[in-house]
Design a protein around this ligand. Structure first.
Ligand code: DAH
Length: 360
């Protein structure tokens, strides 16, 4: 009985099955599964394959049943390998999902946001106030010439008022310079626009002077205003400036006008605002006067209209027909007053620790 080939084959099949069952649950990766596939059902050296080859040694009447049972074994092994492979893949996927797990309830990391520079905020506030009063915003160049910056503003070459504005001149032909004030843009507008004699503009922009201390920077910013029309009076100037300053700083501060001198206005006045720091009792900010000097202004000097007319070659701004007023103020100064900034350079250092303190 012991050497009955049918029993021997059954015995070898049972042993192969037992070995496979033990090995398959121990296989933990694709390579181990492939090794099992080779060992048991491989075409060349598979144990079950060898058993099938040995079927020929069985008596004919035993072959069919033995063949069927070997086929079943082969299928069981292949099925188990596939199942195991699927289980391993599922395990891997689960592990990957665990590893890649994200907590969707975590708050997001904020993206740093830029903000407006305080000078931009102030400039836009100034523009808004005037635009609401019907003014047009008009830009002029920072590189100017003597005519627009001085000559047409009634400051001929030897005029002592030029000394008030220490100028950066550019080398080379053309007598170019960096504008010392936005007043140059008044002239540009009148010379370059064909819709006079009604004018209502503001001109914000950078200006340059050889000046450097805690309240002066070689580059700073101004806003200029010019109104021209029939019957414009000093009363219009005063009303406009008062409304403007009250909208900018608040209606609680008194506004006063002092006579002054600018070559391009006659009469000239400066506007002061009751000190927003001490309320008028006197402090360091207002130099103990109770008043803050805010802007220069005046009625446009007919000499300015005449200079423009000469340039245009026609009497476009006839001083007998039209009058006007103009004003100019420093944007930096307004920003320093509004935010309590004590050194102008802070506005130009791009230091985020400083800039982040301002409303955006
Ligand atoms: N240009 C003057 C300055 O730079 C400011 C100024 C004064 C402008 C009187 C004007 C004006 O338009 O009428 O300080």
């Amino acid at each position: 009985m012991a050497d009955d080939p049918t029993r021997q084959l059954e015995e070898r099949a049972r042993a192969a099955r037992a070995e496979f069952d033990a090995a398959v649950s121990a296989a933990t990766d694709a390579a181990a599964l492939q090794a099992l596939r080779d060992r048991f059902v491989g075409r060349k050296a598979g144990l079950v394959t060898a058993l099938m080859k040995d079927l020929g040694q069985l008596p004919a009447e035993a072959r069919k049943a033995a063949g069927a049972s070997l086929n079943a074994l082969k299928q069981a092994i292949e099925g188990a390998l596939e199942e195991r492979q699927a289980a391993l893949a599922a395990g891997e996927r689960e592990a990957r999902l665990q590893a890649e797990r994200v907590d969707v309830t975590l708050p997001g990391r904020p993206i740093p946001q830029g903000g407006r520079h305080p000078l931009t905020t102030v400039r836009e506030d100034l523009e808004d106030i005037f635009v609401a009063m019907g003014y047009e915003v008009y830009d002029g160049p920072e590189v100017e010439d003597d005519y627009h910056c001085f000559e047409a503003l009634n400051m001929p070459a030897d005029h002592p008022a030029r000394d008030m504005q220490d100028t950066f001149y550019l080398e080379g032909p053309g007598g170019l310079l960096l504008r010392t004030h936005t007043s140059a843009t008044q002239i540009r507008y009148m010379v370059e626009n064909e819709r006079p004699p009604e004018v209502r503009i503001i001109c914000p922009g950078k200006v340059y002077r050889r000046d450097d201390d805690i309240t002066h920077s070689p580059m700073f910013q101004q806003i200029e205003g010019l109104v021209v029309g029939k019957g414009i009076t000093l009363g219009d100037l005063k009303g406009t400036i008062e409304v403007f300053l009250h909208r900018l700083f608040g209606p609680q501060y008194p506004v006063r006008f002092r006579h002054s001198y600018f070559p391009y206005t006659e009469p000239s006045v400066e506007a002061d605002l009751g000190c927003i720091n001490c309320g008028g009792s006197g402090c360091r900010i207002c130099k103990q006067t109770g008043w803050l000097e805010i802007l220069g202004s005046g009625m446009v000097n007919p000499a300015v209209f005449e200079a423009v007319n000469r340039r245009l070659g026609r009497n476009a701004y006839d001083p007998e027909q039209v009058t006007g007023f103009a004003f100019g103020l420093g944007i930096d100064r307004v920003a320093m007053l509004r935010y309590g900034i004590d050194h102008i350079r802070l506005l130009y250092q791009s230091d985020l620790r400083f800039l982040e303190q301002f409303p955006r």
